[in-house]
Design a protein around this ligand. Structure first.
Ligand code: AMP
Length: 224
């Protein structure tokens, strides 16, 4: 292993809701042997356990709004401190605001990480179709789609047999709000990372395997 490879690798997946970040993050995590850290999944775990953090987050998630920065940053800071994240991670859904991006820079600075930021581009009309047909597994958040990626048995997760459900915030009114929130609060991160020379654009409007390959190429091409 050379010195470059000993530095932890953080892959920050950027892209609108429905771009395929969750699906692709799982695939990258498996291929690269890094943990998949999804802030949305962490909030949903808290909600399932009915912790105070989960109850607070729910008020924002139900409306398609962002959970306040301090709360989100605190939760991700704890997750990044776990032993399995010392070699790096695939970040999915975090950061989502400039304040979160700055906090992440500060959190990781000491680790001298290699950072790659793939930006998964998908046209907006495609996003609504993807999110409104999305099915999520109750036990582990595996993702399917009624048309584009149906489970083998309707309503049942292929991987763990648990029930598939439609996320409350995947209903049409909330989907539209989430896309607006993305445009105003998260899209500025594209420039934030482009200016730092970390951004790599990937076409997300392609078959899933092709997107995975493009992401792996982007990670390797970035020298990471
Ligand atoms: P996701 O699973 O990434 O689509 O996230 C679902 C919801 O969780 C979002 O619509 C927000 O309400 C909340 N959420 C997830 N990640 C963040 C974040 N980084 N900052 C603020 N809110 C978040």
């Amino acid at each position: 292993m050379n010195a470059q490879e000993q530095r932890p690798l953080f892959i920050i997946l950027l892209g609108p809701p429905g771009a395929g970040k969750g699906t692709q993050a799982r695939r990258l995590a498996e291929t690269l042997g890094l943990p998949h850290i999804s802030s949305g999944d962490l909030f949903r775990e808290h909600l399932k356990k009915q912790t105070p953090l989960g109850q607070l987050a729910q008020q924002y998630m139900a409306k398609g709004e962002l959970v306040p920065d301090e709360v989100t940053i605190g939760m991700v800071r704890e997750r990044l401190a776990q032993p399995d994240a010392q070699q790096g991670a695939i970040l999915d859904g975090f950061p989502r605001t400039p304040a979160q991006a700055e906090a992440l820079d500060a959190l990781l600075a000491e680790r001298r990480p290699r950072v790659v930021v793939p930006y998964i581009r998908v046209p907006e009309d495609e996003l609504v179709a993807r999110l409104s047909g999305r099915l999520t597994c109750r036990a582990h958040g595996h993702i399917f789609h009624v048309r584009y990626n149906p489970p083998k048995q309707p309503g049942v997760c292929d991987y763990d047999g648990s029930e598939l459900y439609q996320r409350e915030d995947d209903k049409p009114e909330t989907v539209r709000r989430r896309i607006q929130v993305y445009q105003t609060q998260t899209a500025p991160l594209i420039d934030y990372y482009r200016q730092r020379g970390l951004l790599v654009e990937v076409n997300g409007n392609a078959p899933m395997d092709q997107v995975t390959q493009a992401l792996l190429d982007a990670v390797r091409g970035a020298g990471a």
